[in-house]
Design a binder for this molecule. Structure first.
Ligand SMILES: [Ca+2]
Ligand SMILES: [Ca+2]
Ligand SMILES: [Ca+2]
Length: 287
Protein backbone atom coordinates (compact mmCIF):
# COMPACT_ATOMS: atom_id res chain seq x y z
CA UNK A 1 0.00 0.00 0.00
CA UNK A 2 1.03 3.60 -0.43
CA UNK A 3 2.11 5.64 2.54
CA UNK A 4 -0.83 7.69 3.69
CA UNK A 5 1.02 11.03 3.62
CA UNK A 6 2.43 10.66 0.11
CA UNK A 7 -0.88 9.49 -1.33
CA UNK A 8 -2.77 12.32 0.33
CA UNK A 9 -0.50 14.88 -1.33
CA UNK A 10 -1.21 13.25 -4.67
CA UNK A 11 -4.96 13.54 -4.17
CA UNK A 12 -4.72 17.16 -3.10
CA UNK A 13 -2.68 17.91 -6.21
CA UNK A 14 -5.34 16.28 -8.40
CA UNK A 15 -8.13 18.27 -6.82
CA UNK A 16 -6.26 21.56 -6.96
CA UNK A 17 -6.25 21.66 -10.75
CA UNK A 18 -10.03 21.29 -10.86
CA UNK A 19 -10.06 18.02 -12.82
CA UNK A 20 -13.32 17.27 -14.63
CA UNK A 21 -14.87 13.80 -13.99
CA UNK A 22 -14.03 12.30 -17.38
CA UNK A 23 -13.75 8.74 -15.94
CA UNK A 24 -11.23 7.64 -18.54
CA UNK A 25 -9.54 5.53 -15.85
CA UNK A 26 -11.68 2.70 -14.44
CA UNK A 27 -12.00 2.08 -10.74
CA UNK A 28 -9.54 -0.56 -9.58
CA UNK A 29 -10.49 -3.08 -6.90
CA UNK A 30 -7.52 -4.83 -5.28
CA UNK A 31 -7.39 -7.29 -2.41
CA UNK A 32 -4.70 -6.38 0.11
CA UNK A 33 -5.26 -9.19 2.60
CA UNK A 34 -7.79 -11.82 3.60
CA UNK A 35 -8.20 -14.42 6.29
CA UNK A 36 -10.30 -17.37 7.36
CA UNK A 37 -11.27 -18.51 10.80
CA UNK A 38 -12.65 -22.02 10.63
CA UNK A 39 -13.50 -23.65 13.94
CA UNK A 40 -10.91 -21.55 15.75
CA UNK A 41 -8.07 -21.93 13.25
CA UNK A 42 -6.78 -18.69 11.70
CA UNK A 43 -5.34 -18.60 8.18
CA UNK A 44 -4.17 -15.15 7.06
CA UNK A 45 -2.89 -14.21 3.58
CA UNK A 46 -1.36 -10.84 2.68
CA UNK A 47 0.58 -8.93 0.07
CA UNK A 48 3.18 -8.09 2.70
CA UNK A 49 3.71 -11.76 3.41
CA UNK A 50 3.53 -12.67 -0.27
CA UNK A 51 0.94 -15.30 0.52
CA UNK A 52 -2.02 -14.21 -1.60
CA UNK A 53 -3.73 -17.17 -3.24
CA UNK A 54 -3.42 -19.46 -0.28
CA UNK A 55 -6.27 -21.15 1.53
CA UNK A 56 -6.69 -23.79 4.22
CA UNK A 57 -8.23 -27.22 3.63
CA UNK A 58 -11.89 -27.19 2.77
CA UNK A 59 -11.78 -23.74 1.15
CA UNK A 60 -12.51 -23.49 -2.58
CA UNK A 61 -11.14 -20.35 -4.23
CA UNK A 62 -11.74 -21.49 -7.81
CA UNK A 63 -14.50 -18.90 -8.21
CA UNK A 64 -12.51 -16.14 -6.52
CA UNK A 65 -9.64 -13.86 -7.53
CA UNK A 66 -7.33 -13.62 -4.50
CA UNK A 67 -4.17 -12.68 -6.38
CA UNK A 68 -0.93 -14.60 -6.10
CA UNK A 69 2.06 -14.10 -3.86
CA UNK A 70 2.34 -10.34 -3.45
CA UNK A 71 0.38 -9.56 -6.63
CA UNK A 72 -3.10 -8.23 -6.03
CA UNK A 73 -6.21 -9.90 -7.38
CA UNK A 74 -9.52 -8.12 -7.48
CA UNK A 75 -10.77 -10.06 -4.45
CA UNK A 76 -14.08 -10.46 -6.25
CA UNK A 77 -15.98 -13.71 -6.71
CA UNK A 78 -17.29 -16.61 -4.66
CA UNK A 79 -15.56 -18.42 -1.81
CA UNK A 80 -17.00 -21.73 -0.63
CA UNK A 81 -16.01 -23.51 2.55
CA UNK A 82 -17.09 -27.06 3.32
CA UNK A 83 -17.26 -28.29 6.89
CA UNK A 84 -18.62 -31.43 8.50
CA UNK A 85 -18.68 -33.23 11.79
CA UNK A 86 -21.17 -33.12 14.63
CA UNK A 87 -21.27 -30.14 16.95
CA UNK A 88 -20.82 -26.39 16.83
CA UNK A 89 -18.99 -24.77 13.93
CA UNK A 90 -17.77 -21.26 13.28
CA UNK A 91 -16.75 -20.19 9.77
CA UNK A 92 -15.79 -16.62 8.92
CA UNK A 93 -13.72 -14.48 6.61
CA UNK A 94 -11.93 -11.15 6.82
CA UNK A 95 -11.25 -9.10 3.67
CA UNK A 96 -9.34 -5.86 3.18
CA UNK A 97 -9.89 -4.40 -0.27
CA UNK A 98 -8.40 -1.15 -1.54
CA UNK A 99 -10.27 0.69 -4.28
CA UNK A 100 -8.53 2.92 -6.80
CA UNK A 101 -5.58 3.19 -4.43
CA UNK A 102 -3.17 4.73 -6.92
CA UNK A 103 -5.63 7.47 -7.88
CA UNK A 104 -7.12 8.40 -4.54
CA UNK A 105 -5.49 6.29 -1.79
CA UNK A 106 -6.80 3.30 0.14
CA UNK A 107 -8.08 5.45 3.01
CA UNK A 108 -10.69 7.65 1.32
CA UNK A 109 -13.30 4.89 1.59
CA UNK A 110 -16.34 4.14 3.72
CA UNK A 111 -18.13 1.02 4.90
CA UNK A 112 -21.74 0.48 5.80
CA UNK A 113 -24.36 -2.11 6.60
CA UNK A 114 -27.16 -2.81 4.18
CA UNK A 115 -30.30 -1.13 5.36
CA UNK A 116 -32.87 -2.11 6.50
CA UNK A 117 -31.98 -5.78 6.24
CA UNK A 118 -30.52 -7.66 9.18
CA UNK A 119 -28.13 -10.60 9.27
CA UNK A 120 -29.54 -14.09 9.12
CA UNK A 121 -29.73 -16.33 12.14
CA UNK A 122 -26.21 -17.29 13.17
CA UNK A 123 -24.67 -14.65 10.90
CA UNK A 124 -22.43 -11.93 12.35
CA UNK A 125 -20.37 -9.11 10.85
CA UNK A 126 -18.03 -6.21 11.51
CA UNK A 127 -16.56 -3.25 9.63
CA UNK A 128 -13.40 -1.49 10.80
CA UNK A 129 -10.05 -0.06 9.80
CA UNK A 130 -7.66 -3.02 9.84
CA UNK A 131 -4.73 -0.97 11.10
CA UNK A 132 -5.45 1.05 14.22
CA UNK A 133 -2.17 1.93 15.84
CA UNK A 134 -0.65 -1.18 14.37
CA UNK A 135 -3.40 -3.47 15.62
CA UNK A 136 -5.93 -5.36 13.54
CA UNK A 137 -8.89 -5.45 15.89
CA UNK A 138 -11.41 -6.71 13.37
CA UNK A 139 -9.29 -9.77 12.64
CA UNK A 140 -8.88 -10.27 16.37
CA UNK A 141 -12.64 -10.21 16.81
CA UNK A 142 -13.03 -12.78 14.07
CA UNK A 143 -10.44 -15.04 15.67
CA UNK A 144 -12.22 -14.67 19.01
CA UNK A 145 -15.42 -15.70 17.23
CA UNK A 146 -17.14 -12.57 18.48
CA UNK A 147 -17.96 -10.25 15.59
CA UNK A 148 -20.21 -7.64 17.25
CA UNK A 149 -22.44 -6.67 14.29
CA UNK A 150 -20.93 -3.21 14.41
CA UNK A 151 -19.54 -0.67 11.98
CA UNK A 152 -16.73 0.95 13.97
CA UNK A 153 -16.06 3.55 11.29
CA UNK A 154 -19.53 4.91 10.42
CA UNK A 155 -19.26 7.93 8.17
CA UNK A 156 -15.46 7.97 8.38
CA UNK A 157 -13.22 7.96 5.36
CA UNK A 158 -10.47 5.51 6.06
CA UNK A 159 -9.04 2.09 5.21
CA UNK A 160 -12.10 -0.17 5.15
CA UNK A 161 -12.09 -3.88 5.87
CA UNK A 162 -14.97 -6.25 6.50
CA UNK A 163 -15.59 -9.53 8.30
CA UNK A 164 -18.53 -11.92 8.22
CA UNK A 165 -19.09 -15.25 9.93
CA UNK A 166 -21.59 -18.02 10.56
CA UNK A 167 -22.07 -19.99 13.76
CA UNK A 168 -24.08 -23.17 13.34
CA UNK A 169 -24.49 -26.71 14.64
CA UNK A 170 -24.23 -29.87 12.58
CA UNK A 171 -25.56 -33.29 13.39
CA UNK A 172 -23.55 -36.49 12.99
CA UNK A 173 -24.82 -37.00 9.45
CA UNK A 174 -24.75 -33.40 8.29
CA UNK A 175 -22.37 -31.29 6.26
CA UNK A 176 -22.40 -27.57 5.52
CA UNK A 177 -21.22 -25.37 2.69
CA UNK A 178 -20.60 -21.77 3.66
CA UNK A 179 -20.48 -19.36 0.73
CA UNK A 180 -19.16 -15.81 0.72
CA UNK A 181 -19.58 -13.55 -2.27
CA UNK A 182 -17.78 -10.29 -2.94
CA UNK A 183 -19.23 -8.54 -5.96
CA UNK A 184 -19.58 -5.13 -7.49
CA UNK A 185 -23.26 -5.90 -7.95
CA UNK A 186 -25.50 -5.44 -4.92
CA UNK A 187 -27.30 -8.57 -3.69
CA UNK A 188 -31.06 -8.32 -4.00
CA UNK A 189 -32.24 -10.73 -1.35
CA UNK A 190 -29.56 -11.05 1.32
CA UNK A 191 -27.96 -9.03 4.04
CA UNK A 192 -24.73 -7.47 2.80
CA UNK A 193 -21.97 -5.03 3.64
CA UNK A 194 -21.13 -2.28 1.10
CA UNK A 195 -17.59 -0.88 0.79
CA UNK A 196 -17.59 2.43 -1.06
CA UNK A 197 -14.96 4.54 -2.82
CA UNK A 198 -16.13 7.99 -3.98
CA UNK A 199 -13.78 8.09 -6.95
CA UNK A 200 -11.73 11.12 -7.88
CA UNK A 201 -8.04 11.81 -7.79
CA UNK A 202 -5.64 10.45 -10.33
CA UNK A 203 -4.16 12.34 -13.28
CA UNK A 204 -5.71 15.71 -14.07
CA UNK A 205 -8.82 15.13 -16.13
CA UNK A 206 -8.87 11.36 -15.55
CA UNK A 207 -10.35 10.62 -12.15
CA UNK A 208 -11.71 7.10 -11.65
CA UNK A 209 -15.46 6.87 -11.00
CA UNK A 210 -16.99 5.91 -7.68
CA UNK A 211 -17.08 2.22 -6.93
CA UNK A 212 -18.86 -0.03 -4.44
CA UNK A 213 -18.24 -3.67 -3.64
CA UNK A 214 -20.54 -5.86 -1.54
CA UNK A 215 -19.82 -8.72 0.85
CA UNK A 216 -22.61 -11.22 1.43
CA UNK A 217 -22.85 -14.79 2.60
CA UNK A 218 -24.96 -17.89 2.76
CA UNK A 219 -24.80 -21.23 4.54
CA UNK A 220 -26.56 -24.41 3.50
CA UNK A 221 -26.59 -27.71 5.31
CA UNK A 222 -27.45 -31.17 4.09
CA UNK A 223 -27.51 -34.72 5.28
CA UNK A 224 -24.87 -37.27 4.37
CA UNK A 225 -26.63 -40.56 3.59
CA UNK A 226 -25.49 -43.27 5.98
CA UNK A 227 -23.85 -46.36 4.40
CA UNK A 228 -26.79 -48.53 5.39
CA UNK A 229 -29.19 -46.14 3.71
CA UNK A 230 -27.11 -46.19 0.54
CA UNK A 231 -27.05 -50.00 0.49
CA UNK A 232 -30.82 -50.18 0.81
CA UNK A 233 -31.26 -47.54 -1.86
CA UNK A 234 -28.89 -49.35 -4.22
CA UNK A 235 -30.62 -52.68 -3.70
CA UNK A 236 -33.94 -51.03 -4.44
CA UNK A 237 -32.64 -49.64 -7.73
CA UNK A 238 -31.30 -53.03 -8.77
CA UNK A 239 -34.61 -54.70 -7.98
CA UNK A 240 -36.52 -52.05 -9.92
CA UNK A 241 -34.16 -52.41 -12.88
CA UNK A 242 -34.61 -56.18 -12.95
CA UNK A 243 -38.38 -55.85 -12.84
CA UNK A 244 -38.47 -53.35 -15.70
CA UNK A 245 -36.15 -55.50 -17.86
CA UNK A 246 -38.31 -58.58 -17.24
CA UNK A 247 -41.43 -56.69 -18.28
CA UNK A 248 -39.83 -55.25 -21.40
CA UNK A 249 -40.87 -57.15 -24.59
CA UNK A 250 -39.41 -58.34 -26.78
CA UNK A 251 -36.15 -59.15 -24.97
CA UNK A 252 -34.03 -58.83 -28.15
CA UNK A 253 -34.03 -55.09 -27.55
CA UNK A 254 -31.59 -55.72 -24.72
CA UNK A 255 -29.47 -58.04 -26.83
CA UNK A 256 -29.46 -55.41 -29.57
CA UNK A 257 -28.09 -52.95 -27.10
CA UNK A 258 -25.29 -55.37 -26.25
CA UNK A 259 -24.46 -55.76 -29.95
CA UNK A 260 -24.32 -52.01 -30.41
CA UNK A 261 -22.05 -51.67 -27.42
CA UNK A 262 -19.83 -54.44 -28.79
CA UNK A 263 -19.00 -52.34 -31.81
CA UNK A 264 -18.15 -49.31 -29.78
CA UNK A 265 -14.50 -48.31 -29.48
CA UNK A 266 -13.08 -49.17 -26.11
CA UNK A 267 -10.48 -46.42 -26.26
CA UNK A 268 -11.47 -42.91 -27.38
CA UNK A 269 -9.42 -41.37 -30.14
CA UNK A 270 -7.06 -38.73 -28.78
CA UNK A 271 -8.47 -36.05 -31.04
CA UNK A 272 -12.06 -37.24 -31.15
CA UNK A 273 -13.43 -38.28 -27.75
CA UNK A 274 -16.49 -40.48 -28.06
CA UNK A 275 -19.64 -39.20 -26.51
CA UNK A 276 -21.73 -41.99 -25.08
CA UNK A 277 -25.32 -41.24 -25.86
CA UNK A 278 -28.17 -42.94 -24.02
CA UNK A 279 -29.12 -44.72 -27.25
CA UNK A 280 -25.58 -46.03 -27.83
CA UNK A 281 -25.07 -47.39 -24.34
CA UNK A 282 -28.40 -49.23 -24.24
CA UNK A 283 -30.82 -49.54 -21.38
CA UNK A 284 -29.05 -49.43 -18.07
CA UNK A 285 -31.22 -52.19 -16.62
CA UNK A 286 -29.81 -54.70 -19.13
CA UNK A 287 -26.39 -54.82 -17.40
CA1 LIG B 1 -5.73 -1.95 3.85
CA1 LIG C 1 -9.64 4.64 -2.65
CA1 LIG D 1 -9.10 -1.44 2.77
Amino acid sequence: MLKKSAAAVFVVAGVSVGAAPAYAIPAVVALEQYAFVIDGALSHYTTDGGTLGGAPAGVDLSGFDPGSGSTHGTGLGDITIAVSGPGDHYVGIFVDHEISEVANTFFNETGAKSDPSDPASGQTWEIDDPDIGGSNFILGDLLAQSLPNTNFIPGATTDVSMAMAYDFVLGADETAVVSFTISDVAPTSRFFLPHFDPGGGGPPGDPPPEKTIYLSGHVSTGSIPEPGTLAIFGAGLLALGGLRCARRQPRPSCRGARRRRGRRRRTPLPDAPIRRSRRESGPAWCD
